[in-house]
Write a protein that binds this ligand. Sequence first.
Ligand SMILES: Nc1ncnc2c1ncn2[C@@H]1O[C@H](COP(=O)(O)OP(=O)(O)OP(=O)(O)O)[C@@H](O)[C@H]1O
Length: 231
Amino acid sequence: MVHIEVDHVGHRYGQGPLSRQVLDDINADLVEQRIGVVGHNGSGKSTFVRMLNALLIPSQGRIRVNGLDTAASAAKVRKLAGFLFTDPDTQIIMPTVAEDVAFGLRKSGLSKPEISARVDELLAHFGLSGHRDHPAHLLSGGQKQLLALASVLITSPQLIIMDEPTTLLDLRNAKMIGRVIRELPQTVVLATHHLYLLEDFDRVLVFDSGHLVADAAPAEALAHYRKLMDA
Ligand SMILES: Nc1ncnc2c1ncn2[C@@H]1O[C@H](COP(=O)(O)OP(=O)(O)OP(=O)(O)O)[C@@H](O)[C@H]1O
């Protein structure tokens, strides 16, 4: 189980007169397996989730993941927390599908056959075995997102943070990624505008203009969010 402590966290982008406070006094103690993050465009979701694996260090307050302060122990936090971006093209870095999945294990000390076996296992799990030696850029949008997820999972992170991973996908692929997310044994933090993905989550955080305005089970939190959007 992963424990995320969010303690009086705020964030300001930039300095001087053009700087902007985009998150303000966020507090949460997160131990659930599936945590959703919703909010209007620009409400601070991406800023918040990027802080959970130390991609971004809060300018106020602190975040601890399993007791590790993201500011003081960024490298250790990134080892235990994988991050899936909205656009898989920004995440796919190697020419072929298998090479891309293997990339995360290049410094693992595992032998080539061991890495290859692990890659094959993940590709089979995500239905990508037939594309093993194909150029990664030729995959469909949904397949690319699955590849990006496989490339994150290869290092067995305990926590997977996803920033709108279904936004660029059609409904079929978005639902498929939703199914895959549901089956992940890891702790998942998912920021999304696709609210149906969160219906069976354990907890949902609602952001509004940089404030955490609701923090509850999905039915209550999503009802709060829908009301905000109607106002
Ligand atoms: N690097 C940056 N420099 C300056 N301002 C930024 C930067 N990144 C984000 N912002 C601003 O911070 C605010 C929050 O942005 P953020 O991306 O966290 O929101 P979001 O809820 O994820 O939005 P969306 O749903 O549109 O992805 C926005 O006003 C945005 O313009």
